[in-house]
Design a protein around this ligand. Structure first.
Ligand code: PLP
Length: 284
């Protein structure tokens, strides 16, 4: 398995990062995970735009982030992943320097790391039955809009979900559902409206989320980017989560109770089909 690190493509086993890297010491960096089909990145533009926004938000200057698309596609080829579906992981940190909280000088170059892996399709049973989710207090910081590598809040929440036999943990802040540990959350109300949290500082504006909103509006659904009180979530008729690796996945059990009739709903299924159709279109 080959990876890209600071201008070089090399075997994963030979890739070395300094213990002084600020990603390691402070979680001082941002990342992206991008879907690729037949060796080509899909939806790269919105990922690049979010990467630029994140870099600007943490005041990290990286020369030519747009050039990482070619690096990613080259790495996919070299890893023999240009035949099917894959994900590219891309991380930029503020580089290696003696440990001090404030930024190092301009002579310290960012660390840039890319890795690829084959996309894991959901097992058919998971799609047919939907998954379970639990709710947890959103203990994360107030800049969840930055795709920061410091993911301890999400790690602990996802581990709690796993230990509860659930696929995902949904965060609740001030009585409102924000997002999942690694997904955005959508509910379909009893009236058939699609509701998801507004893209403010409390959630990551998912690339998949944006595509789903567009497909829903194009399909004539009533869409609200509005607070989703936990009480409403428990009464919704359909619930699903979205993400680049997760795609669109129905949630049929929430805190051990059935969502709606306990089976994936028609709107979720329609949106999932539309989303997969969009990916197929983009792949050409
Ligand atoms: C906290 C969080 N929200 C939402 C998402 C979904 O984002 P995207 O659709 O861009 O993958 C992710 C993806 O990793 C995430 O970590």
């Amino acid at each position: 398995v080959l990876v890209y690190l600071d201008g070089q493509v090399l075997p994963l086993a030979d890739a070395r990062i300094s213990p002084e890297d600020r990603g390691f010491l402070f979680g001082d960096g941002v990342y992206e995970a991008v879907f690729a089909r037949r060796g080509r990145l899909l939806l790269w533009e919105p990922h690049l735009e979010r990467l630029r926004r994140g870099l600007a938000a943490i005041r990290l200057s990286l020369a030519a982030p747009e050039a990482l698309a070619a690096v990613a596609e080259d790495l996919l080829r070299r890893n023999e992943l240009a035949d099917g579906d894959a994900t590219v992981y891309l991380q930029v940190t503020r580089g290696a320097a003696p440990r001090a909280h404030a930024f190092p000088g301009p002579e310290v170059a960012p660390t840039v790391y890319l890795a690829t892996r084959r996309h894991q399709a959901h097992p058919a049973e998971r799609l047919a039955a939907g998954v379970a989710a639990i709710t947890l207090p959103d203990v994360r910081w107030s800049r969840c809009d930055i795709k920061a590598i410091g993911l301890l809040g999400s790690v602990l929440a996802n581990q709690a979900a796993k230990e509860a036999g659930a696929f995902e943990a949904l965060f609740v802040r001030n009585g409102v559902v924000t997002e999942g540990s690694h997904t955005n959350v959508f509910a379909v109300t009893a009236e058939g409206r699609l509701v998801t949290h507004v893209a403010d500082h409390h959630i990551l504006a998912g690339v998949t989320r944006a595509v789903v909103l567009e497909l829903a509006r194009d399909g004539g659904l009533a869409v609200d980017e509005a607070p989703l009180p936990l009480a409403d979530l428990l009464a919704c008729s359909e619930l699903f989560v979205t993400g680049t690796s997760t795609e669109i996945l129905p949630v049929t059990t929430l805190d051990r109770r059935a969502v709606g009739n306990g089976r994936p709903g028609p709107i979720t299924r329609r949106l999932r089909e539309a989303y997969l159709g969009r990916l197929a279109e983009l792949a050409g």
